[in-house]
Design a protein around this ligand. Structure first.
Ligand code: AQP
Length: 348
């Protein structure tokens, strides 16, 4: 683990297999940040059960997400990799944060509104409280940096508000216990790259999402070369040729999305892609996009298949990660409970 410039925490839900949005929006940065930071990467399976889950599918999804982490380049020796449900301090700190956060703060969360839709009365309490659990995930490790896609920006702001309110509400007790007055750091979102918000291939106004009922809307990290090529061939576009400059992508959501995907996969920016493809028809650009997507994703998909064929390696990595994560989170919870005035009655 490299100490470097602070501590990183991030996670993905084990709801379905991961897609290109998860990869370009977050994972690419997770891999890079291992070089400079101490990193903790979690499979947030407690978040996954805020919507209905079949126990058998949940189990295989957890292992598949773990496999995707490893196949994408996360190093289990250098970073801590584990699943959230194995470290009970996440849920415990989330309860405390439920008592710190205000109803008004959570009522403003757009992700809840989008996910609950018209069926709000029937959404789980867990889905509503999702952001306080996310705050607990991050702050149990006093993480300073959180690499995420753009959709998580609002939740990160809420995490900062919770950290700030805790530090203020309990300032006196924090000082009495000889702790840092900035007890919880205010974590910085790291939202960077050419594809921080990847959109659906079927509708450039909707985010690419694991839970979109149409599989044609997303490129899964385990898709075959043929599936990738077919999805890109059928991706929605407009009749115009590609513009010469990024300015020309305004009001062209689908074109903007596909150019962003190419840039993210090639590790470049949209301007550089348009320099090469400006003026081209989609019929010429789409095969090039499919080629680069297959080149990047095929080796990852192969490694995911290898790892999931025998889950013992994944299970052992997750077990080791959970031990290492728990050691940090237990220490935080002990301090938090002391600060809040709970009596520690059980012998240690
Ligand atoms: N479309 C996206 N573009 C860029 N980044 C994305 N992320 C997700 N979708 C995109 C980023 O991936 C990380 C993990 O996300 P998550 O699995 O915890 O939940 P999510 O954001 O709710 O992703 P989905 O695909 O929409 O899942 P479902 O459909 O299950 O709710 C985060 O850093 C996120 O920003």
């Amino acid at each position: 683990m490299s100490a470097g410039q602070g501590r990183v925490f991030s996670g993905m839900q084990s709801t379905h297999s991961l897609h290109l949005g998860n990869y370009l929006g977050a994972m690419i940065n997770w891999v890079k940040m291992q070089e400079t930071h101490e990193c903790i990467y979690c499979i947030v399976d407690l978040h996954a059960v805020t919507v209905a889950q079949d126990p058998k599918t949940l189990q295989s999804n957890i292992r598949e997400v773990a496999a995707a982490y490893l196949a994408s380049g996360l190093d289990a020796k250098r970073s801590i990799i584990f699943n959230q449900s194995q470290v009970p301090q996440h849920a415990e700190l989330a309860w405390i944060f439920n008592c710190v956060a205000r109803m008004g703060w959570l009522n403003r969360m757009t992700q809840f509104k989008e996910k609950a839709g018209k069926n709000r009365e029937n959404a789980s309490v867990g889905l509503f409280a999702y952001p306080t659990l996310m705050a607990a995930d991050i702050l149990a490790y006093k993480a300073t940096h959180v690499p995420v896609g753009e959709d998580q920006k609002q939740h990160l702001e809420l995490t900062r508000d919770i950290a700030q309110k805790f530090n203020t509400d309990f300032a006196e007790s924090i000082a009495d216990n000889g702790l840092d007055p900035d007890y919880f750091p205010l974590p910085e979102p790291v939202i960077t790259g050419a594809a921080t918000r990847v959109m659906s291939l079927r509708d450039g106004t909707n985010k690419m999402s694991k839970s979109d009922p149409s599989d044609m809307s997303r490129i899964n990290m385990t898709d075959s070369a043929d599936e990738i090529a077919q999805k890109i061939r059928k991706a929605r576009t407009d009749p115009e040729p590609l513009p010469d400059s990024v300015e020309g992508l305004k009001e062209r959501a689908e074109a903007d999305n596909l150019i962003g995907l190419y840039a993210g996969l090639a590790g470049t920016d949209k301007a550089a892609v348009l320099k090469e493809f400006g003026g081209a028809q989609f019929s010429a650009f789409k095969p090039a996009l499919a080629d680069i997507a297959v080149e990047v994703l095929s080796p990852i998909a192969g490694e995911i298949r290898r790892l999931t064929a025998d889950p013992s390696e994944i299970d052992s990595i997750l077990g080791d990660g959970a031990e290492r994560a728990a050691a940090i989170a237990e220490a935080t919870l002990k301090e938090v409970k002391t600060v809040m005035g709970f009596v520690a009655s059980r012998p240690v």
